[in-house]
Ligand binder design. Structure first.
Ligand SMILES: *[C@@H]1O[C@H](CO)[C@@H](O)[C@H](O)[C@H]1NC(C)=O
Ligand SMILES: *[C@@H]1O[C@H](CO)[C@@H](O)[C@H](O)[C@H]1NC(C)=O
Ligand SMILES: *[C@@H]1O[C@H](CO)[C@@H](O)[C@H](O)[C@H]1NC(C)=O
Length: 558
């Protein structure tokens, strides 16, 4: 996370030389190539690691629930979300979005850490929430069913701010954390409490650094830290001790990115393949879409410092050799058990038939589980029923808005809704969700269900309380009694970070799923990073008068 955008010049740090063509050739030149960004979706604050042939990627999610998604890959290029480390945000009642509170917007899960512990076949997730304490969840995959189960543990009463877990070769667990001054804590044998902690490194001139990721490679300890949102440093301890002393070197600093107007590839983590080829996975600010990952090979110099392999201009390459020797497509073909979604990082169609929501979906805050239901398998036609869960005039205060990331640079999200169960005063629809939002929806007034486009829904920056509940910008036809309505959002999240260019989104509806009619003017999206999460597609249903109504979401297509 990044409280301030700082571009302070680095003093006394040595810049690695640009890779020569000979160094490029060190990476298998005959392999196929991949193109950055590997995943054009908002998955920030990544922690990557490998277990045998499987790569894992953990990410932050603020007040979305479930939180801390885990993506899986066999090649570092094709990623599929397979679970969430935090099935329900257990950080306090505000994460249930109770009436009359601003909830946990922009709080919740910031940079957190996930690693696999072979000695007991468990994954350990740690995340400091609201600077108070560090929450812990452990997870396990059932080898027969491929299902994950996650268990919460009592929090550690120390904030491991931007934590990076290392499970050492002797099974001892360490966490690097902090800002400006980096600490390393040693955990108890079960990983559930702290044995000791001490500062190990302070940035020269108190330069702001954060985002720790910790490794041990060939007996040397490394901590990667970021100087947001421009640079990544490597801290290295050759003493044989995880507590240092550490010396620092710049890994990348304001490196030209592989796509325009997307900020610098900076904070991230490194991981090796089974063949011993290391890669650095970093994210770039790609607002309005959020923060997206890019991958580059690493090489090591004679003194054990990693260096990013750059392109011929000295920038982060758009194209690199494939990370694994034989390109595999096994992870990109909808591998989620029992589901028809997940193809190509979220492109596809979801009819809500799997018996549980796929891990592409996250609720805005914890849902009221009594108010939603998956109503059937494939034979029954599937579907997600959203009963109204809140009586409010404010979508930001309404529970049970279901969201998913927008795939960039341009994509659409189409929800098919049966609105026949709506009651007087209910509001349902498809929202382009962020702190400055807009939607196309159905307002039920008396016996009429009318299509409307609403814009100017806004949270106040900083307090993240509601500033505006929105304005009806355009009104469409009424929905007939036995009709389904398709609501479509077409978003252009081509990065425009630090520019005045405003990317736009359009809203349209259809009564047959084929012919769509635009409603309202295009909505201009904010490029600000301060809300952290990028724009999402969402579906909502709330009451302004009384509970009891419902909609059925029959499908989502992107
Ligand atoms: C963290 O501490 C602050 C101040 O004491 C409190 O207001 C907030 O509710 C706490 N948050 C959590 C998640 O415990
Ligand atoms: C699951 O498989 C992994 C890898 O083969 C193995 O290490 C682990 O012990 C297995 N876990 C269980 C619970 O059987
Ligand atoms: C670690 O040591 C092995 C064996 O000496 C060597 O092949 C490998 O290149 C080393 N890795 C790094 C990252 O230095």
């Amino acid at each position: 996370m990044r409280p301030l955008l700082r571009l302070i010049p680095l003093l006394g740090l040595f810049l690695p030389a640009v890779a020569s063509p000979a160094q490029h050739a060190a990476v298998n030149p005959r392999a196929a190539t991949f193109t950055n960004p590997v995943l054009w979706e908002d998955y920030p604050d990544l922690d990557v690691f490998r277990v045998a042939s499987v790569f894992y990627y953990s990410s932050s999610t603020f007040a979305y629930s479930p939180g801390a998604p885990v993506l899986q890959s066999y090649d570092l290029v094709n990623w599929t979300p397979v679970t969430h480390s935090v099935p329900r945000l257990n950080f306090g009642p505000q994460y249930d979005l109770p009436r009359g509170t601003p909830g946990g917007y922009v709080k919740g899960i910031w940079a957190s850490t996930l690693r696999y512990r072979a000695s007991n076949d468990q994954f350990y997730w740690y995340g400091c929430v609201e600077s108070n304490k560090t929450y812990i969840w452990t997870g396990r995959i059932n080898n027969n069913t491929n299902k994950w189960t996650w268990t919460p543990h009592p929090p550690i009463p120390t904030c491991y701010y931007d934590s990076g877990l290392l499970i050492d070769s002797d099974d001892t667990m360490y966490v690097a954390y902090g800002k400006t001054t980096i600490h390393v804590a040693q955990l108890s044998g079960d990983g559930l409490s702290q044995l000791r902690t001490q500062p190990v490194y302070t940035a020269p001139g108190n330069t702001y650094i954060e985002g720790s990721r910790m490794y041990r490679v060939n007996g040397t300890y490394y901590i990667l830290v970021t100087q947001p949102a421009a640079a990544e440093w490597v801290l290295k301890s050759t003493s044989g001790s995880p507590f240092g002393p550490y010396e620092a070197r710049v890994l990348v600093d304001r490196i030209q990115g592989p796509i325009a107007d997307a900020g610098f590839a900076h904070q991230g983590g490194m991981v090796d393949t089974q063949e011993g080829q290391w890669h650095y996975v970093a994210f770039m600010d790609a607002y309005p879409g959020g923060r997206i990952p890019v991958v580059a090979p690493l090489r090591w110099d004679g003194d054990g410092w990693p260096e990013v392999v750059k392109d011929e201009t000295g920038g982060w390459g758009r194209v690199y050799p494939y990370p694994v020797p034989v390109p595999t497509t096994s992870s990109s073909a909808g591998t989620e058990t029992g589901k028809e979604v997940g193809v190509d990082a979220g492109m596809g169609r979801d009819e809500f038939t799997g018996g549980e929501l796929s891990h592409h979906w996250e609720w805005n805050h914890n849902p009221d589980d009594a108010k939603w239901e998956l109503v059937g398998g494939k034979e029954e036609g599937g579907g997600l029923v959203l009963r109204t869960a809140s009586v409010t005039g404010d979508l930001f205060a309404a529970r049970n808005t279901l969201t998913r990331r927008i795939t960039g640079p341009r994509s659409s999200g189409t929800f098919r809704l049966d609105v026949s169960g709506m009651r007087d005063g209910d509001r349902a629809g498809a929202v382009l969700f962020r702190d400055q939002a807009a939607y196309i929806g159905v307002w039920k007034e008396g016996g009429n269900a009318r299509i409307v486009m609403v814009n100017d829904l806004r949270l106040t920056e900083g307090t993240w309380t509601t500033a505006s509940t929105g304005t009806v910008a355009a009104t469409g036809p009424t929905v007939g009694n036995a009709q389904d309505v398709w609501l479509r959002i077409e978003a252009d999240i081509t990065p425009a970070f630090n520019t005045n260019t405003m990317r736009t989104t359009t809203f349209s509806y259809s009564f047959d799923g084929r012919t769509f009619t635009r409603l309202g003017k295009p909505f201009g999206m904010t490029n600000s990073w301060r809300y952290f999460s990028g724009y999402r597609y969402g579906v909502f249903n709330f009451a302004t008068k009384a509970l009891g109504g419902e909609v059925k979401v029959k499908s989502f297509e992107t």
